[in-house]
Design a protein around this ligand. Sequence first.
Ligand SMILES: Cc1cc2nc3c(=O)[nH]c(=O)nc-3n(C[C@H](O)[C@H](O)[C@H](O)COP(=O)(O)O)c2cc1C
Length: 187
Amino acid sequence: MPDNATVLVFAASNSTASINKLLAVHAGNVLKHTLAAPVEIDVLDLNDFEMPIYSPEREKAHGIPQPAQDFFARIGAADGLIISYAEHNGSYTAAYKNIFDWCSRINAKVFQNKPIVALSASPGRRGGATVLKTAVDAAAFFGGEVKGSLSVGLFEQHFDRETDQLSDPELAASLRTVLLALQSALG
Ligand SMILES: Cc1cc2nc3c(=O)[nH]c(=O)nc-3n(C[C@H](O)[C@H](O)[C@H](O)COP(=O)(O)O)c2cc1C
């Protein structure tokens, strides 16, 4: 793996109290510190990429907004991605979908052939499994190579906010497994 491999980490949520951000950042820390992968972690926040809702007329009138270009460039600059998907009504959050739709107008291969670990978390039992399946099934079409995925249900029972760690040993082991697959893909 090149010494300077960069892993872009973000939650597909604009909540400032996002549990998916907690999970994604935790995963980045496990990769860098527990698994000792020689990576730089670049944490991105969707709130820094606010834009008008995509419309063909807006695109025609004003082109693609700078935040979408910046988001696409952040993915392009990374060697791998850790994304944790929040589920809203069985699908992506509107905040993520809007950024994704704008980015797809730059290039449909939004993920730019990067290896991805796809996660999801919710307070309920299913752990955002529906949006995670949608994201994993669609990733290849958008130029993403999903190396592993994991959903974390009953988040408050399974994540220790004091230590910022998954407290459930089985989930922690599963997370390490998917991260090892990402680490291998980084070279
Ligand atoms: C509008 C809305 C719709 C939601 N729909 C779902 C859902 O379909 N499935 C689910 O597991 N949780 C659902 N939730 C609960 C979210 O999982 C919960 O808010 C979670 O904290 C979102 O992740 P985040 O904290 O990373 O934003 C919904 C929450 C909101 C506000």
